[in-house]
Design a protein around this ligand. Structure first.
Ligand SMILES: [Zn+2]
Ligand SMILES: [Zn+2]
Length: 443
């Protein structure tokens, strides 16, 4: 008998957390935050530092783990799928309640260390880095396998939880990228091999289950970027590219094309520094050899004064792709940093606006300011890191689970996957379970 508790991420996008109980032992998969809820709280004039775990739960920013209160002493490990905040950023607030290690790939663990340092949190849990495509024994009942998969950050894994009843595969988040710009291809061999054994359940990313597509490779985003960076009249213009700081493959491409333009590359912003530094600490990238990376305003100001005079010699890679008011790009647009945009400077958004009201509003405000400066704007130079409906179909065909649990979304998104599963012969309420936050089920 296996019990699954869908703690968070089953009624909204964000704050992912799931617990699995086998015998008298439990593992927790992911411990994320709802980024939008936290930002909204601050937008209303509140201060995040006044929030403890209880208050964060109350505003919906972190998962309500009181639903597994009676499982607390049984938890043998907290296992993280990848480094995105909606999967790991509640660890500083919640992990300490559980007397167990936190497991993740080396990059995920480095990012968790950065999060803990940033917020000056001390947790008692040991942080354990597990190599991609290897296994780790937890307690008496669990063997945890990290299967290499692709997504919009490095060292993402599908987690296979092996228990005596079978295997539960946790596939939050993923896409099938056959031409990744950085990192390995998905480990299809292992997924197919598992499909021949006994996959009891699949817990899976349904963010884009309603999109009838196979998500394109990161290589496609690289081509889009190449086209705007190498194929436009930009000889005299400053080029600024903004993207997700954790998207190190995208940053790889920007650096490559910047070099082809014979320009110096400068990464700006605290999170730009944090993620590339975490990746450098474990030897995944070496961007500080190829680019200047500036985290702090004082250094940025000095550099920008120089860039202002030699604008055709630089590519700036910075934070602010969602129009965040305190990001480097917004500060530039406001004149809070010493750089004046000139007509026909190039601003490339290597991202998509996350469809949350706050993000949409912030991006619109930023773009309005940019338009007044008459810069050239290149939007949507991006492909998603999440699977579409046809990737989901392939995954289900590969691993052939007995039960499917759509995750990572509201009801509409979860139902999108449920409809696909019905098409593939599963039965709603029997072999596909559309859950909500805070619910338990026995399979
Ligand atoms: Zn993710
Ligand atoms: Zn996610």
């Amino acid at each position: 008998m296996v019990e699954i508790c869908t703690i968070g991420g089953y009624s909204e996008v964000g704050k992912n957390m799931t617990a699995i109980k086998s015998g008298d032992e439990v593992v927790i998969l992911d411990m994320g935050i709802n980024v939008a809820k936290l930002i909204n709280f601050e937008e209303e004039g509140n201060d995040r530092s006044t929030l403890d775990a209880r208050k964060l739960i109350n505003i919906g920013a972190i998962p309500d783990d009181t639903v597994i209160k009676e499982w607390g002493s049984k938890v043998k490990g907290i296992i993280c799928s990848h480094c995105h905040l909606d999967h790991v950023a509640a660890i500083p607030y919640l992990a300490d309640k559980y007397n167990c290690p936190v497991l993740g790939t080396p990059f995920t663990i480095e990012v968790i260390k950065t999060l803990l340092n940033d917020e000056k949190f001390k947790i008692r849990n040991k942080l354990v880095a597990v190599t991609v495509n290897s296994s780790y024994k937890l307690g008496n009942n669990f063997e945890i396998e990290f299967i290499n998969i692709t997504h919009s950050t490095l060292q993402t894994v599908m987690i296979a939880v092996h228990v005596k009843e079978g295997t539960i595969i946790y596939a939050n988040d993923f896409k099938f990228d056959n031409y990744p710009v950085l990192g390995k291809k998905p480990n299809y061999e292992r997924l197919r091999a598992l499909g021949k054994e006994n996959v009891l359940a699949l817990i899976v990313d349904s963010l884009y289950s309603n999109s009838e597509r196979k998500t394109p490779s990161e290589k496609v985003a690289r081509e889009l970027l190449k086209d705007v960076m190498l194929g436009t009249e930009n000889q005299d213009s400053l080029i600024i590219v903004t993207t997700f700081a954790s998207h190190l493959a995208r940053i790889r491409s920007i650096i490559d094309f910047g070099k082809l333009l014979n320009r110096k590359i400068v990464l700006m912003g605290r999170s730009m520094f944090k993620y590339s530094d975490a990746a450098e600490r474990i030897g995944l990238v070496n961007y500080s050899k190829e680019a200047e990376i500036l985290a702090y305003a004082r250094l940025m100001k000095k550099k920008l004064a120089d860039i202002e005079k030699n604008r055709s010699k630089y590519v700036i890679v910075c934070t602010g792709n969602q129009g965040e008011p305190e990001s480097v790009l917004s500060k530039m647009a406001d004149g809070r940093l010493p750089l004046n945009f000139k007509q026909e400077d190039h601003i490339i958004f290597a991202c998509k606006t996350i469809p949350e009201p706050l993000n949409i509003k912030n991006r619109a405000i930023l773009e309005e300011k940019l338009k007044q400066k008459k810069v050239r704007i290149f939007s949507d130079i991006h492909v998603s890191g999440h699977c579409g409906r046809e990737d989901l179909r392939d995954l289900i065909k590969m691993v052939r689970p007995q039960y499917i649990f759509p995750a990572h979304g509201d009801k509409h998104k979860l139902m999108g996957l449920a409809e696909l599963a019905v098409e593939m012969g599963y039965s709603l309420g029997k072999t596909i379970h559309v859950m909500e936050d805070g619910k338990k089920i026995t399979i």
